[in-house]
Design a protein around this ligand. Structure first.
Ligand SMILES: Nc1ncnc2c1ncn2[C@@H]1O[C@H](COP(=O)(O)OP(=O)(O)OP(=O)(O)O)[C@@H](O)[C@H]1O
Ligand SMILES: [Mg+2]
Length: 280
């Protein structure tokens, strides 16, 4: 079943900028989906449609079987199921302290105090941030703010998590920690959708990938299907994962048979390929 489905949505910003054109984006329940696209491709605009922050100029959106409508009751129901972590944490963090910020959602749905406290503690621990509960969000670094924003959505325990560039601005350890957390949440049945420019991470993480360019979905498929078409990837101002690019160079320049397409997309795959052919 598709837990998110957009049917032919198009969107123009109020100033007339066309941002989306006939987008059909489907997310299977329980899957891990990555949306790739250059700056300005329309990723954030698409995500803001999922919980009704933006209303399409044309087309419809379904979340968990319900059509997204714009009355208070429907929006509340959808926003409890689908949590969005915005690209810019400053758009998300509104409370005077980190603790109050993470507690904001659970408090709003009327959970008892002990449950709220437990969720705040657990969520901050999951993102690797402890001991900052009393700080004001503006006293945190960019990466720390991002983690608090993720914790705030985690505390709501949504069925679907949509994260707009979750690892942008995080250090390598922080980024791995967040991706590991998303993997674990997905193992527990939560559907995860991310946007990213990190093409090296995509094959490690995603079961399905969409490529967006100039407001249109230009390709969808498994990471293998997506990255075997290097021309489309490059035309969309993206690149192959570094390891695939290296294999491409070795194949073209040196004719190394172990490096023939389809190119390995991860270091693990490359290692297996090379070992199978007794090259090292
Ligand atoms: N508030 C706005 N008003 C007018 N145009 C906007 C607004 N926000 C975004 N746009 C335009 O809509 C298009 C899509 O922008 P969007 O932010 O969705 O891209 P993106 O894929 O998320 O890019 P990035 O990778 O830089 O985050 C761009 O052309 C952008 O200039
Ligand atoms: Mg964006």
């Amino acid at each position: 079943m598709n837990i998110i489905e957009t049917k032919n949505i198009s969107y123009h910003y109020p100033d007339g900028t066309p941002a989306l054109h006939n987008v059909n984006f489907k997310v299977e329940e329980g899957s891990k989906v990555a949306l790739l696209g250059a700056n300005g491709a329309g990723k954030s605009t698409l995500f803001l449609h999922f919980n009704g922050i933006i209303k399409p100029s044309k087309g419809t959106i379904f979340v968990d079987g319900d059509e997204v409508k714009y009355d208070k009751k429907t929006l509340l129901k959808i926003r409890q199921k689908l949590g969005i972590v915005f690209q810019n944490p400053d758009d998300q963090l509104i409370a005077p302290t980190v603790k109050e910020d993470v507690a904001y959602g659970p408090l709003n749905i009327g959970l008892p105090n002990n449950e709220i406290n437990e969720r705040v503690k657990e969520s901050l621990k999951s993102v690797g941030l402890e001991g900052v509960e009393r700080k004001a969000p503006h006293q945190l670094s960019g990466g720390e703010k991002k983690k608090v924003a993720i914790a705030g959505i985690l505390a709501m325990q949504p069925k679907i998590m949509v994260l707009d560039e979750p690892t942008a601005g995080l250090d390598p350890k922080g980024a791995s920690q967040i991706m590991k957390l998303l993997y674990e949440l997905n193992q527990k049945g939560i559907t995860i959708v991310i946007s990213t420019h990190d093409v090296d991470m995509v094959p490690l993480y995603a079961s399905k990938v969409y490529i967006m360019s100039k407001g249109t979905i230009i390709k969808e498929g498994s990471p293998q299907e997506i990255f075997k078409d290097a021309t489309t990837i490059r035309d969309a101002n993206l690149r192959l994962p570094r390891i695939a690019h290296l294999m491409e160079i070795l194949n073209k320049k040196n004719g190394l048979s172990s490096c023939k397409p389809p190119y390995p997309l991860t270091i693990g795959e490359a290692r297996r390929r090379v070992l199978e052919q007794n090259l090292i």
